[in-house]
Design a protein around this ligand. Structure first.
Ligand SMILES: [Zn+2]
Length: 343
């Protein structure tokens, strides 16, 4: 990646209304069978076109082929019963009806590899693919089999590693693990969470990333954020270990956030996907605002390591808002790029 300040998104983008109900998380598909297969591919092409049109340097599938960033992956695994659901508290924040682990978990066949191959045929740009992280997966389940969060996380890490290796072989340049749970369960992250993340990336030659955020702009998250006080120092708990890890890139929430920017000093040396777009607001940032966030981050991140990005996924936003935010992101990055290059 030679371009200075390469832009990308955290992952998800809105789906077209003919594929799934807009502005809704976990929205059910509107198509079935072959029509659904074609519909997902068409949506992926549209999403890619919008990313390329906005001028993003690192593109993705916009997560058009999954209903939810965690459960769609789990649905493809053996050992999980989707009929018998239980209500659990997600990240100590909100209740959700989730599937149950009833036996040994395993991946009988690849989950996203065909989708990634399809994306690879559609673009020559760098592509990034997101997978759920193992700690976030165990937090979105009820476990009746292993009865140990740690044991189940290790099993998921092995499965994620199998999937990641096949995604790499399919031509994915960056594999990202989404770990919002890292922002909540600090003791577990330091005890075994980081180790399971290392297991998930074992043997990969492509770039690896971890995305750690304060969640989508849904009510349960915005209510939770109100309880966090004026300075959000959660990252401070896990950055020292992350800095020493083998992960190449870290994707973080920065714009409109109460995260003190100087915490980024703790991961100096890593590539940082700096969240310069707020996904919890329908107000489209100006390029100047994006540039300001990038300039602040540059005090703590070396320019060659900074990748302007969104705070989190944009799936729940109206499509025109998400498009506007992508444009603002690339325009803001262009301002700072010109400054750095002295043009
Ligand atoms: Zn996120």
């Amino acid at each position: 990646m030679n371009k200075l300040l390469p832009t990308s998104t955290a992952g998800s983008l809105p789906k077209p209304s003919w594929l799934a109900q807009p502005e809704t998380l976990w929205s059910p598909w509107k198509l079935e069978g072959e029509e659904l297969v074609d519909g997902k591919q068409d949506a992926l092409r549209l999403s890619l076109q919008e990313q390329e049109h906005a001028g993003l340097d690192i593109v993705g599938d916009g997560e058009q082929s999954r209903q939810h960033f965690v459960t769609t992956f789990i649905e493809h695994l053996e050992g999980v019963d989707f009929e018998h659901r239980e209500t659990v508290r997600i990240r100590d924040r909100y209740d959700a009806s989730v599937p149950t682990v009833v036996g040994a978990v395993s991946r009988k066949k690849p989950v996203f590899v065909e989708d990634a191959k399809f994306l690879r045929t559609q673009t020559d740009q760098l592509i990034k693919w997101a997978l759920p992280g193992s700690m976030t997966m165990i937090d979105t389940l009820s476990d009746k089999h292993y009865k140990s969060r740690e044991k189940l996380a290790w099993e998921f890490a092995k499965i994620l590693n199998q999937e990641a290796k096949e995604l790499e072989a399919a031509g994915v340049d960056i594999i990202q693990f989404d770990e919002p749970a890292f922002n909540v369960f600090f003791d577990e992250v330091n005890d075994w969470g980081m180790a399971t993340l290392e297991r998930a990336i074992e043997g990969l030659k492509c770039q690896t990333a971890v995305h750690i955020c304060y969640g989508y702009g849904i009510k349960a998250n915005t209510e939770w954020k109100k309880t966090l006080g004026s300075e959000w120092r959660q990252y401070e708990q896990i950055f020292p270990k992350l800095q020493k890890s083998n992960i190449d890139m870290i994707s973080l929430e920065c714009h409109n956030s109460h995260v003190p920017m100087d915490l980024l000093e703790l991961i100096r040396g890593k590539k940082v996907m700096v969240g310069a777009i707020d996904v919890a607001s329908n107000t489209i940032e100006t390029p100047g605002e994006v540039a300001n966030t990038i300039r602040k981050a540059l005090q703590f991140v070396d320019a060659e390591n900074l990748c302007p990005c969104t705070n989190c996924g944009m799936a729940p936003l109206p499509r025109h808002i998400a498009r506007g935010k992508l444009q603002a992101l690339t325009a803001g990055a262009a301002i700072v790029r010109r400054e750095l290059l002295g043009k």
